[in-house]
Every structure is written in structure tokens, then in C-alpha cells.
Design a protein. Sequence first.
Length: 521
Amino acid sequence: MISIQDALWTGFVLIAPAFGWYYYKTRSREIAIRPPSPLYLPFFGHLFSLPSGPEHILYTKLGKDLKSDIIYLNLLGHDIVVLNSPQVASELLDKRSSIYSDRFCPLMFRDKSLFDWSTSPALLGYNDIWRHHRRMMNKWLNVRDVAQFHKTQETRTRSLLQRLLTVSNEATPFDSVKNEFYFAMGSSIFQMVYGYITQDKSDPFFRAAHEADDHATKTVMITNFYVNIFPFLNHVPEWVPGAGWKRTVREWREQKVYALDAPFRWTQNQVNQGTNEPSIIGDLLQDHNIMSGLSKEERDNRLKELAHVLYSGGTDTTSSLLVSFVAAMVLNPHVQAQAQAEIDLILGFGVLPTISDRERLPYVNRLILELMRWRPALPIGLPHRCSQDDTYRGYNIAKGSIMIGNIWSMSRDEKLYQDPETFNPNRFLDPEVPPIPIFGWGRRKCPGIYFGEASLFITISSLLAMFTFSKKNTSNGGYVEPLIEDAPNSLIIEMKPFEFEFAVRSEMHYRVINNEADSRS
């Protein structure tokens, strides 16, 4: 039998190295000069010093409490640096992009036994595979070549207007309008990427892509799954009570495989038969130069990932901004009226805009800039990661630190945006007022920026030209004040349903929409 003395000695021998390592790490942090941070607790770091609420809100509050636009957090061993102003974000993520272009990928997202999607270009490390993805995307999405997709974007927008006519009489149109926005953005990108035309929202490829993105949004958020914080949970068998989340994630992983594979195989078959429509994937399948040096399996896997990241990057964010546009117009009818007046004056009453009209409608463009500032679809940019030790403003930033650009905090900076909660497009008449960096920073900046800007312009200008969004009328002659709230715990700002109504602007506008539909049939 082991004596108590032996047991204590054995325990000390086993535990002492852990305490020694912890002491070493703690002393290292104390010696290093970090950016301002809240109260630090042993083992837990700053975990219990964070206020409650969505991450972008709590980071903004912390910055104000600490009177600093750069703050440091340690959450159970993870070094996190939050950048709350456009100045610090640009100085680090733009000007020092050579060492701030890596990505942080949560365990849930990268582990092969869990969701297993570390091969997504959005979360790839700063490496040769990521650079190859960029070369493939830049071939199609540069400012010159992206214009070839403008006709598709305009056609899909005309289809959206027609579908909105059918839901404009609904008593509570929020869900229908939101779904139509999502389908319009998704179907446009499906056609661009795969050469595939989605007929309706029940399309199996479209539904699978939407479902995979929904699962990805849940898994990429660190706080949604304890395994991201306590990695040992990954070794708990699926059958153990409380481990049902592993079964769920396994099902999500299998669904994700189908979502990537099915539309790619469809396009591949079309190319093999010589019946493919022009598309990014169809072209890349036949471009032996840009795909040289890869096996067939490597080529196919990269193209699957490329196709889906183009879809996900331009669908959720843009459709979220369109829902926010409706809220902004309902709450600010004078802004809507001024934008409609500009369209009517410049283009003509009842005339549908085209993307080539963009430079002719300066107020509409300012409205879009203000929309992106007022409700940035991604309130927190995808985290960057520092690839080597660095010093900034005298603060030490350790290699491996997770860098978070808090776009929400930047959008509420009163030094840049006076009265930031007010929706005011004319603030951008001042050339000193910068646009919000909604497309990211440095070498990880969204490659689809030109396509996204064109999508927002043609959709919003067409909605303004044809429809008026307003507060919902009541039977006693009043109206319902809409309650604008965000859905909780979402990577992308999602609004809870709110009350509003909308109608085509006149009988003439009604005929314009229907005539467009007839010309396409």
C-alpha cells in the first residue's frame, strides 16, 4: 500500500512542473508591457472581467472604461489584442500586414474529428495555399474583370423586384423580404461561380450552401462551444451524457461535404460535356496554368473551397445589409425621399438604374456608405494573428496573438462620426470622414469588394426607385413604431423581425417591374 507521504510526494512531483510553467508564463506576462486590460485572475486570465453582451459591444465598453483604443485580454491562455479605432487597426493590420496576415482558427473549426473546415480560404493561415486562392480570385474579381458580372447582377435584381411585388401585401413581410434578399444575393453568386441558375429557394444546392454557412457561423464563434476553451472535451466519447454536441457537429461536417461537392460536380460535368455556361469554376477547371503543379484531387478540393467561400462571403453579409437598409428607410423617411428624388431627377421617374449609373447618384452612394457604418454586417472582422513578436506604442504584442478589429467600435467613434446613432448620409460630404473598413484590412482584405459594392448599389438603388418602405399603419390612423434589435450571439449582425410595410411607388412603377419580368420570360 502506498503511504500518505509517498502519495503526497508523487503528487508534488506531478503537479510541480505545471505550477512552474504557469508561474513562468505569468511572470513573462507581468514583465512584458501589454496594452491596457481589466483585472487579471490566475488561470482564468480576464475571463471573469468581461462585461456581458455581444462581443463587439463588450469590447467597445472595455475600451471606454480603460480609455484606450487598444486593449489586451488573456482568455485561458489565448493572448487577444482588440483594436477599437481605425487608426490602430490600419497601423497594424494594413501597414504591418507582413506580420499580421495570419488567421486564428478555433479548435471546433479545424479539428478533423469536429467540423473540419480549416481548409476554407477565409481561415487559412498566411501560406502558399492561401496565396494560390488569392491568385485564382483576383483573376476574376479585380476592378476591371468583375464588370463582366454586372449584367447578371442587374438581371437578378430585376427578378428580386418582381418577387417582392408578390409579398408586398403581407401583413408581416419581414421574413419574406429577408428570404428574398438572401435568395437574390445567393442566386447571383451561384450563377457567377458555378454557371448554375437557381430557380427558387427550395433548390437543393442553394439550401445546402445556406445550411453549411449557418453551421459554420455557429462553429467559428469561440464561445458557442466549450471545446474551444477546454480542448480536453474533444476526447469525451459521443455516447457520454452531455456530449451530444459531438453528434451534431459530425452531422454538420457530413452536410458541409455535400454542400461543397454537389454544385462543383455539376459544373464539372457540364464542362466535360461542353455544355457549361461561363463561370469562375468552369474557367478554372480548364485553366492549366493557374492549376499547374496540383494533383487532380488537390485541384478539385481547392476549387470546391474557392467556390463556396465566394458564395458565403457575398451572401450573408450583403443580405444582412439589405435588411438593415429597410430598417433605415422605415426609421428615416426623409432620407428615403431624398434618395428617390435624386433617382427620379437624374434617371427619370419610373426608370430602373443600372450599375453604370453609380457615379451619377452621389446621394445614393453616401446612403450606402452610411448604411455600412450604421449597421456593419460584420461588427467584428475575422481575427488576424500576429506571426512574430512586435512592439506598438511601447506595448509588446506576442507572437501568436489574436488580433480583433472591432468595426462596431470604429463606427461609433464620435471623433469621426458626430452623433453616431443617427442615420445621416450627408456626413460623408466631408472628405475627412472615412468610410468604415467593412471589407477588412491589409492582405486579408475581402477580394470580392468590387462585386459586393456593385451588388449593394444595384439592389439598393433599384429598391429606392421602385418601392417605398414605411412604418406599419394601424386601424386607428396611427402607426407601429418598429423595435430594431439584434439577434443574439451571431457572427453577422442579424435583426430580429420588426414591423413595417412597403408598397410599389405608383401604378407606373408596377408596370415597369412587370414589363421587366415579361421581357425575361
